[in-house]
Design a protein around this ligand. Structure first.
Ligand SMILES: [Fe+2]
Ligand SMILES: [Fe+2]
Length: 270
């Protein structure tokens, strides 16, 4: 296969057209310019408090990026709750309406559901997206818990969601299966531990090539942990690092003549 690059962004925390918006714009413009055509995966907390106006700002950014790059996003606790903590009614519906559609994919219909109810049948909060003509397939997991006021911040993967994920992953054995969610399955903090992390890890073990998430705003890279070749935790994309530079996380996927995948991760300043 032709080597493929995936761009992993997370935790934009857009509030208005201020600091986070302009920093996200800087990153998006760098991706558009230097990595056109590479899929961009955004692992949640696109907004700071899930306000409709914040989602509109985030959508403006994604639409601009989608002119050059295909984009997939999953929601985080800050998209479902005020400051990520206090549950908001209808936030899930707002997300589906404003941010719940893949953008910029070749041949894509105008609007298609992603992470909505009962797609695939019988599983709520799971999106499966095949790269048209490619060897990658993306699985979006909604680890938010919009109807449960307790687990919003920690995240929640139900038995049904984990079982559905495992089943759909196994159907696509042989592809490069990329799973993306917001919550951090290794974080043991009292207010951070993902409810159902064990279920999620059981679903991906041996069934997934790349696992991506965000939420705790720290970079992390694991190879071979929990039976997954490469796992990446993203930093907060709109945080400056090294003076005023922003950072982009990039994963390159290769496949040799014997069909074996290999993965390289690097960070690039923007
Ligand atoms: Fe965040
Ligand atoms: Fe978060």
């Amino acid at each position: 296969m032709t080597p493929k690059k995936i761009i992993h962004l997370s935790d934009l925390h857009v509030r208005d057209r201020g600091t986070e918006f302009s920093r996200a714009l800087r990153v998006f413009d760098a991706v558009s310019r230097y990595y056109p055509g590479s899929p961009v995966l955004v692992t949640g907390d696109l907004t700071d408090s899930g306000e409709p106006e914040q989602m509109d700002c985030a959508r403006t950014l994604l639409d601009r990026l989608a002119a050059t790059n295909p984009v997939l996003a999953v929601p985080g606790n800050h998209d479902y709750a005020w400051k990520g903590l206090f549950h908001k009614d209808k936030a899930w519906q707002q997300w589906v309406k404003r941010l719940g559609s893949p953008l910029g994919w070749p041949g894509q219909p105008p609007w298609v559901p992603w992470l909505t109810v009962d797609v695939p049948p019988g599983v709520d909060g799971l999106g499966v997206w095949d790269d048209p003509g490619g060897e990658l397939v993306y699985f979006g997991v909604d680890s938010g818990d919009p109807e449960d006021k307790v687990n919003t911040a920690r995240g929640y993967v139900s038995k049904g969601l984990a079982a559905g994920l495992k089943r759909e992953l196994r159907k696509r054995a042989g592809k490069c299966r990329v799973v993306m969610l917001h919550h951090h399955p290794f974080d043991d903090g009292a207010f951070m531990k993902l409810v159902g992390a064990e279920r999620l890890l059981d679903a991906v073990r041996g069934n997934c090539e790349i696992l991506l998430f965000g939420h705790d705003h720290h970079l992390g890279l694991w190879r071979g942990r929990d039976g997954v070749p490469i796992i990446v935790a993203s930093h907060k994309t709109t945080d400056e690092v090294f003076e005023h530079h922003l950072m982009i996380s990039i994963i390159e996927v290769n496949r040799d003549a014997k069909g074996v995948f290999s993965f390289w991760h690097r960070l690039e300043l923007a």
